[in-house]
Design a protein around this ligand. Sequence first.
Ligand code: ADP
Ligand code: ZN
Length: 308
Amino acid sequence: EFVVGVDLGGTKIAAALFDSEGQLLNREQMETAGAKTAEEVVDRITSMIRRVSDGRLLRGIGMASPGTVNSRDGIVIHGTNLPEWSHVPLKAWMERDLHTEVQVLNDANAAAWGEYVRGAGRGSTNMVYVTFSTGIGSGIVLDGKLFLGSNSFAGELGHHIIDPSGPRCNCGSHGCWEVFASGTAIGLAASERMLTQSSIMSELAAGEPGVSAKHVFEAKRLNDPVAVEVIDRAIYYMALGLVNVIHSFNPDRIVIGGGVSRAGDLLFPQLKEMTDKLVMPSYLGTYELVPAELRDDVGLVGAAALFQ
Ligand code: ADP
Ligand code: ZN
C-alpha cells in the first residue's frame, strides 16, 4: 500500500510517493509560479500525483498547504503565500479527480507531524515543533497525537503577542513573537545598524538584496560585535517564546527547525542556556531542545505520514 505526500508552497510544489514504511520511492517538484488560478495549481498537482504514483493503488494523499487550513473539510481558507487562494476546497476537488482519500494540513502542522513520526521527535510523547524561518511556525503533538484544536487552526505560536507595544506584524497585531525572533527579524535588526557599524556584515551581504539572518550568524562566527549583539537579543526573544511554550504544554521535547536552525552550534547551546535561565525552576530538566532532522521534505513527509 502506497501513500503520496504533497507540499504546496509559494515557490514550489513537491510530491513524493512512499511505501507503507515511509520509504521514499519517487519524487517530483515544479515551480508554483506560472499557474495562475487555484484550479490550475490543482490540475498540476493531480498530474504530478499520477506521475509519481505510476498506476499504484494509493491508500491516501496527504497535502501540506501554507496559510489557514480547515483540515476537517480539507479547505484552504487563506493561502498566505498563494495569492488568489481563498476557500479552495482542495480535498473535494482532488478526491473527485483521483478517487483517493485526501487529507490537508497547514504546513507547520504537517512538518511537526513529520518530525514526530520520522525525525527528531521520534520517541517523545509531548512534542512542540518550532520553525524559525521567514516567520515562526509551529505544531503541537500531545499524548502522541497532532493537536489541531476545534477548527484545526491550533499552533500559531509565532503570533503569540509578547510585547503589545512592539512593531506591527503581518497578521495585523503588534509585537508577535515572530516580529522579534524570526530569521526576518534578525536580518532587519542587523541591517538597521550594519551600514555604519559593521564592515564584516556589509562585506558578507555585498551583492545581495539585504543582510539576512544567515549573514548575521556568519558574522558572529567572526566575532563581529554588532552581529553578537543582534543575535544575543534574538536568542533572548527566541527563548522567551520557548518558555511560554514550555509553561503551556510541558513538552518533553522541543524540535527546532527552519533556516535559522542551520546556525547549529552558533545557536543551540546559547538558546538552551537562555531558556533554562528564563523558565520556572520546576521545569528545569523536563525538556530537551533539539534540532530538526528532516529538511526540505518535512512537510510532505508529515502529510504522507497521516496515512502510515
Ligand atoms: P522559509 O521561511 O521560506 O521556509 P527558511 O526556513 O529557509 O525559509 O528560513 C529562511 C531564514 O533562515 C532566512 O532568514 C535566512 O537568513 C535564515 N537562514 C538560512 N540559513 C541559515 C543559516 N545557516 N544560519 C542562520 N540562518 C539561516
Ligand atoms: Zn502576528
